[in-house]
Design a protein around this ligand. Sequence first.
Ligand code: NDP
Ligand code: OXD
Length: 308
Amino acid sequence: MTLLYKADPERGQAWRRLFQEQAPDIEFRQWPEVGNADEVRYLACWQPPQDLAQRFPNLEVLFATSAGVDQFDLSLLPADLPVVRMLDPGIVAGMVEYATLMVLALHRQLPLYLDQQAAGRWQEHALVTANNRRVGVLGLGQIGQAVLERLATFGFQLSGWSRSPHELPGVRCHAGPEQLPAFLADCEILICLLPLTPETRGILDAELFAALPRGASLINLGRGAQLVEADLLAALDSGQLSQAVLDVVEPEPPAADHPFWQHPRIWLTPHVGAMTVPETAFTVLLDNIRHHQRGEPMRGLVDRQRGY
Ligand code: NDP
Ligand code: OXD
């Protein structure tokens, strides 16, 4: 039984060690040392190789090393090839940290105070308490729910939006396009944690920004292609939005002359909201391989119709 790993090479060394120690029956190979491609049954990757079906004719499962699977063109993959995304507790923990860091920074007006420091100005502004701050999360999946759970500990007013209805303690839940405007009207800080699908591509646009309270802030932790960049710049210029925190852009990295690099109201980070943690992800991956070997359902199986 052979697994081919094709993702971050440095973390690949940790994956190799974990397989050797805990699953010696599975031969671990690391891209580009493919060996006999006919022997590859499992592929764990961030970006899949071209001509995957021809190259690995005996592939049984495609495992994403990421939570999102938008980097795969699902239409090009064999229809019966299971695609499984990564439900790594390490990814969730990283995303919770990042979202909490940025929500607190925006809630406590850090961009304004950093500007004031740069201008040599000592000026205090009224403090808004957390129970008077409205924070909303687009996407109530494993990450969105974990983020809301942590934010609840600060006492924020919380709301969330998803495709199908959810009930979460202490969170005003909304579902579907028809409930989006009501959800947005309540978001002074909006966090995007949606997967990229045809429905969510370009969802962060002028219409969405106009539905937020004036001066709201955006944190995009989903995917860059969910954002209409020109609409964001216009919303920041007009004051409809006061700040954007972008961990993802399309493409990554943005061009050297891209306006986001120097924009005074944009904080940009290089897709570091979370990274797959080999130690925690390995347990999840191995568990799924064992389930597959026993013919049992795997966790994180992607629904090809929904695209996530
Ligand atoms: P999940 O699949 O667990 O959750 C996705 C959520 O989005 C679900 O609540 C789903 O609704 C909702 N959703 C999907 N499509 C729509 C739609 N058209 N309208 C409304 N709601 C929709 O995903 P995760 O929480 O694991 O991850 C979310 C995304 O975060 C990933 O796909 C990835 O893009 C991004 N990510 C970014 C990272 C980074 O470092 N910046 C790291 C990890 C992930 P429902 O519940 O009804 O199905
Ligand atoms: C992910 C990511 O989806 O790193 O896991 O963005």
